[in-house]
Design a binder for this molecule. Structure first.
Ligand code: MSP
Length: 522
């Protein structure tokens, strides 16, 4: 693997980041960090989607310009990603000049090639979805099923993209590449949608939308948000219609687009057709994650339960995002919806991160200091079965990541932690010490510490700060590639640690003061 290029959806900036946006960015950051342990060149792209009627109307309502709204909320997204240790390579804004100009040229190329044509159209537009809806998809009361709002009747001259021309090629691609859409049950949904596909409107008249990219040579038309938004994946790395940067040549096609299930159609049909029309290679995978609910309810402004990710950290008094990242990453099986609840959060992170993982390291190091003054003696040997389990866990975790099974991979890591905990209980090093079987006692400790080196590497993508602290106490190099860990020993003979250097890697969350009102800040 010589490069790994992964992207997230780009978030609308009509509001501040919420826990749903955070879920996706955390999942993607975890995938990026995991691959950084397998490959030297990972490019992680995220961004903000800044044009369209929704942003125009929100700015108007707040009495500011759309650009001011975009700048303000773009800063909020950046702040949130920093607080959550979402370590992207680039955050593109669709108001970036280079992006806007290339989008105009992409549009022109599609017009010149006959893929885009002008046509008078009457349809039902939902500004929440920023797209026209099919009347048969509305609720019984004629509302958008997603936003529960009545779509506007829009009659205007628009540009249309010939989606129907690419229908058969897209169906063929999906059928021939079973891992193109992940999880696979979503591929069937897309194939059903493709059966009914029609050409799509790709511009709006200036009368209805002003905040967007003008069509070149036709300034009365504004390029509709999806062509603008989707193109970010290639403009961000230097694509242009007649010239492509080295960066583009190196990174495209994307290894994976990580997106929510609600926008799968745009990615697996519209975007794929656009790439085919531009004669560009297709992304290797599109991973559609599920949605996060709050206490089992859909997040919505009207319910007043839109939670800010940094609000969760603040309300639990957490200085680092590791626990929240871990909780989010394990909230749902691949592609399924997940839920956030305070109680569940507290219970899970205390059980997994403090009790099982953190305590294991802490008490092992404490015993090493108590019985051996922190010294690993050459006669201490490692248990081959535990080492084998640790090495197998690396394989399992790699396979899960290759299938985008982030929660499932975390579960494997916890199985390893539980196995090592059981090994300690079964071998009772404190009893061995009492019986003065010191070599046996030291060997148990060495085995645990060796396994914890693997655990710290594997947990690093989820909990980077905890992993760094574990690695510091183990004198272990966290940049070690996963491929080099297997069957290697990292715990050196000699003094490993002193009493003063031992510190719990994660303190239990005791959150009697966790107060929802603080979290609902969006
Ligand atoms: N701007 C478009 C995406 C364009 S991508 C070329 C958009 N923006 S969004 O702000 O509405 O959503 C951004 C991402 O957050 C989407 O992938 C969406 O699925 C995800 N989520 C929004 N709410 C969510 C939850 N409640 N739970 C999980 N993810 C959710 O769509």
């Amino acid at each position: 693997m010589d490069k790994y290029f992964l992207t997230t959806a780009i978030d609308y900036v009509n509001g501040k980041p919420h826990i749903g946006h955070a879920y996706e960015k955390i999942l993607t950051d975890i995938i990026a960090r995991h691959y950084s342990l397998r490959c030297d060149d990972v490019y992680f792209l995220t961004g903000t989607d800044e044009h369209g009627i929704k942003i125009q109307k929100t700015a108007q309502a707040q009495g500011i310009t759309p650009q001011e709204l975009c700048d303000m909320n773009n800063a909020e997204f950046k702040k949130a990603w920093k607080a959550l240790d979402v370590d992207y390579t680039k955050l593109i804004r669709t108001t970036d000049k280079y992006h806007e100009e290339v989008v105009q040229r992409i549009f022109k190329k599609l017009v010149d090639n006959g893929d885009i044509y002008k046509h008078e159209y009457e349809g039902l537009y939902c500004s929440g979805c920023e797209c026209f809806l099919n009347p048969k998809d509305l609720t019984e009361d004629g509302l958008c099923p997603e936003h529960l709002k009545k779509p506007e009747v829009v009659k205007e001259m628009n540009y249309f993209f010939k989606l129907t021309k690419y229908k058969d090629a897209i169906i063929k691609h999906i059928k021939e590449h079973p891992d193109f859409i992940v999880p696979d049950f979503r591929a069937n949904e897309v194939l059903r949608q493709l059966e009914e596909i029609q050409d799509i409107s790709v511009s709006r008249s200036k009368e209805s939308v002003q905040w967007g990219v003008d069509v070149l040579d036709d300034p009365e038309q504004v390029i509709y948000v999806w062509i603008d938004a989707l193109s970010n994946y290639i403009t961000a790395i230097g694509y242009d219609v007649d010239h492509q940067d080295e960066k583009f040549k190196k990174y495209w096609p994307a290894d994976v687009h990580v997106i929510g299930k609600d926008i799968l159609k745009f990615h697996s049909i519209y975007w794929i057709a656009i790439l085919m029309a531009l004669d560009l290679p297709l992304p290797k995978h599109i991973f559609a994650h599920g949605w996060i609910t709050i206490d089992e309810a859909k997040m919505s402004k009207s319910l007043g339960n839109v939670i800010s990710p940094t609000g969760v950290m603040e309300s639990f008094g957490l200085e680092q995002p590791d626990a929240f990242r871990y909780y989010m990453a394990t909230a749902a099986a691949i592609g399924r919806d997940g839920n956030y609840s305070d109680e569940d959060f507290k219970e899970k992170v205390n059980a997994h991160l403090a009790n099982s993982m953190g305590n294991l390291l802490n008490r092992t190091l404490s015993m090493l200091v108590k019985y051996f003054d922190g010294e690993i003696k050459p006669e201490f040997t490692v248990n081959p079965e535990i080492m084998k389990h640790a090495s197998n866990t690396i394989d399992f975790v790699n396979t899960h990541f290759d299938n985008f099974e982030i929660a499932e991979a975390a579960q494997e890591i916890m199985v390893l932690v539980d196995t090592v905990n059981k090994y300690v209980t079964d071998n009772a090093p404190w009893t061995l010490a009492k019986e003065e079987k010191m070599t046996e006692c030291g060997s148990v400790l060495r085995t645990v510490l060796e396994a914890m080196c693997t655990v710290s590497s594997l947990i690093y993508p989820y909990c980077p700060n905890i992993a760094k602290e574990m690695a510091r106490q183990l004198k272990y190099d966290l940049t070690t590639k996963l491929g080099n860990i297997k069957d290697q020993k990292f715990i050196q003979n000699g003094i490993l640690i002193s009493k003063e250097d031992i510190k719990p890697v994660f303190l239990r969350v005791d959150s009697e003061f966790a107060d929802k009102s603080q979290k609902i800040k969006v």
